[in-house]
Design a protein around this ligand. Sequence first.
Ligand SMILES: [Zn+2]
Length: 212
Amino acid sequence: MSIWALLKAHQIAAYRSKFGISTSRRDFRPPDRYHVKVMRRYKTLLAGAAVSAAALVAAGCKPDASGDSPHSKSSAVQHGRYEVVKSDEEWREQLTPEQYEVTRKKGTERAFTGKYHDHKGQGVYKCVCCGEPLFHSDTKYDSGSGWPSFYKPIDEQHVETEMDRTLGMIRTEALCHKCGAHLGHVFDDGPAPTGLRYCINSASLDFEKKDP
Ligand SMILES: [Zn+2]
């Protein structure tokens, strides 16, 4: 190997380690001054972005959540908006697979399959995750939908609502205010006096009988 070939190999190795760019021996050209300047600036920018991202993560804030609604569930949980906060693992241990899928993953039970869609009796329907009272049996009615339906919550503060744009529809999602459990959706085709239909999954509820 000639001294020139050795020198060239050394340059290639230096170039690769400096810029992280693979280049073959054949088409290798030493970087010109402009190239070096651009690469330096690019590297500085990358380092700056990495530092900002690290700072965001350290502050407990997802970079991709910054442009989202401040009411989105993920940011709410991270900012401690809910009184009851548990890890995914803890919820899985506490709930049945169906309860977990509905309340923590925003699932929907099949119509007419839940234990409360045709349930009657005096009492209170509580959040299956945290036990917060959500609906009273007095406000339950037969909507014919196959899901437990109520025309209002036991307390307006106990059920919060959020816009839901999934499945190509714009709907109003109903959530437990204390733990963020997904309950179901709210529609405006309910009976008097509110005209609202809280269409709730049985899997999100736990009925507690109370004598009148
Ligand atoms: Zn709850």
